[in-house]
Design a protein around this ligand. Structure first.
Ligand code: CA
Length: 232
């Protein structure tokens, strides 16, 4: 079990240095783990060393443009989600990009709120493809239907209770600090302090965990909360 970190790893490919740096630091603030590339060829060095959850890919790049990079990635069998960053007048490139296997695009200059929202959609979709159901003991959570079952009986949760539970299950086996949970759940819109997390954990325990003797959501003193996998 490792100390909680947002496991999502992002590659930012953008040759405008300032934009690359600003974007990377904004994403790091959201607790993403971020690497930066400044030309198309570099991408292939980076993907050899790390498995990315999402690639932000500029189209006009030195050495190899974004469309070529994308085609090569897909030809290699890499299905990492790709969000294209395009200039306003690159309509044809956008179409080519989507045809070449891009998952979405964003026109520069963009608002970071929109970038982050689109990234969340792609990351959710990616996550949902491999697992849309999380099961821990008698607890079952389905990410598509947003329904939670305990011992085959549906548990009625509020949207936020659900979000806290989903966050812990998505990071199963990882200790999540209160800040990390509130970052995941409330994101940057929320500035209410992290003890709100305790409130939702308490209500989740009342609704689900009580019967299991509070064994599902575990408190790690001084660190946060964790839902352990079956064999941990
Ligand atoms: Ca560029």
């Amino acid at each position: 079990m490792k100390l909680g970190e947002n496991a999502m790893r992002i590659l930012v490919v953008e040759d405008e240095v300032t934009l690359n740096e600003l974007t990377s630091s904004r994403l790091k603030k959201e607790k993403y783990s971020v690497d930066s590339c400044f030309d198309g060829e570099e991408v292939f060095e980076y993907i050899q060393c790390a498995e990315y959850d999402l690639i932000l890919l500029d189209i006009m790049l030195p050495k190899m443009d974004g469309i070529q990079v994308l085609r090569k990635l897909r030809a290699m069998g890499k299905d990492t989600p790709v969000l294209l960053l395009t200039a306003r007048d690159e309509i044809e490139d956008r179409v080519n990009g989507l045809d070449a296997g891009a998952d979405d695009y964003l026109v520069k200059p963009f608002a970071y709120e929109e970038l982050l929202a689109r990234m969340r959609v792609l990351l959710r979709r990616k996550d949902g493809q491999s697992t849309n159901e999380y099961v821990v003991g008698a607890l079952k959570l389905n990410c598509d239907t947003k329904r939670v079952y305990y011992k085959e009986k549906e548990v009625e949760l509020s949207a936020r209770e659900y979000a806290v539970l989903e966050c812990l299950l998505r990071n199963k086996g990882t200790i999540m600090s209160r800040d990390q949970i509130s970052n995941h759940v409330w994101n940057y819109y929320y500035e209410g302090g992290s003890n709100i997390v305790d409130v939702y954990i308490r209500s989740l325990r009342n609704k689900i965990d009580k019967e299991a003797g509070n064994q599902i959501i575990q408190t790690v003193r001084g660190m946060g909360y964790v839902i352990k996998g079956e064999n941990e």
